[in-house]
Write a protein that binds this ligand. Structure first.
Ligand code: AMP
Length: 216
């Protein structure tokens, strides 16, 4: 199983956090906890939390701390609570940091590291605003890096490609502003605990992953 590993990933939206979290999960057998995925799922299922979150997620704002804190606390109260994990997109605010520390304390768990994946804002805008997906079969494309054979048509099923509402440029810029505003405090906090390991998030997926392995 390897040593206990309990990580928090911090990085801009579209910075490859989710991708790297999945690789970490596989390599180190970790539980991958992504509040963005949990929230999108709640929106899709139209739960009470999902109804509250829907407009906020669509506009790139943060959903209230209490809502995500409760979602996470619930996950850690279950019998199959994670002991080795990678947090992806949580905590995002100091209030969430405080709530998460309490959850971990109750479970006698401590953090191994906070990984900061840094990527330039302009690269993020370029990456995200070019992203398209097929609403029918979920295939993903990028107008520059992975264009479909016929413009705006899915290679797999021919359906018209669409853009995720929160990937539109104006929304991406808003999400980046929110990200920078909140992470400054977060990083100060974790730097004081000497937990932050910074990794250059530019370049190929495998390159970034080996940089992560190097700092761990
Ligand atoms: P992500 O996939 O992590 O970029 O999250 C997508 C959206 O879900 C964000 O833009 C927020 O609206 C919401 N969200 C995800 N995680 C959190 C969090 N920890 N706190 C507040 N809102 C969140």
């Amino acid at each position: 199983m390897g040593p206990a590993m309990r990580l928090i990933l911090i990085g801009p939206p579209g910075g490859g956090k989710g991708t790297q979290a999945k690789l970490l999960r596989k390599k180190f057998n970790l539980c991958h906890i992504a509040t963005g995925d949990l929230l999108r799922e709640a929106v899709k299922l139209d739960t009470p939390a999902g109804r509250l979150a829907r407009p906020l997620v669509a506009q790139g704002g943060l959903v209230p701390d209490d809502l995500v804190n409760e979602m996470i606390a619930e996950r850690f109260r279950r019998d199959d609570r994670p002991e080795r994990f990678v947090m992806d997109g949580y905590p995002r605010t100091l209030a969430q940091v405080a709530a998460f520390e309490q959850v971990l304390r109750q479970q006698y768990l401590d953090l191994t590291a906070v990984l900061l994946i840094s990527v330039d804002d302009e690269e993020i805008v370029q990456r995200l605003s070019g992203r398209r997906y097929c609403p029918k079969c979920q295939a993903t494309y990028h107008i520059r890096h992975k264009p479909p054979r016929i413009a705006d048509r899915c290679d797999e099923c021919g359906a018209a490609l669409v853009q995720r509402e929160d990937d539109m440029e104006a929304t991406v810029r808003r999400r980046l502003a929110v990200y920078h505003r909140n992470t400054a405090d977060l990083l100060d906090h974790y730097r004081r605990q000497n937990l932050v390991r910074e990794v250059d998030g530019s370049g190929a997926i495998e390159t970034v992953f080996s940089r992560i392995e190097n700092v761990l």
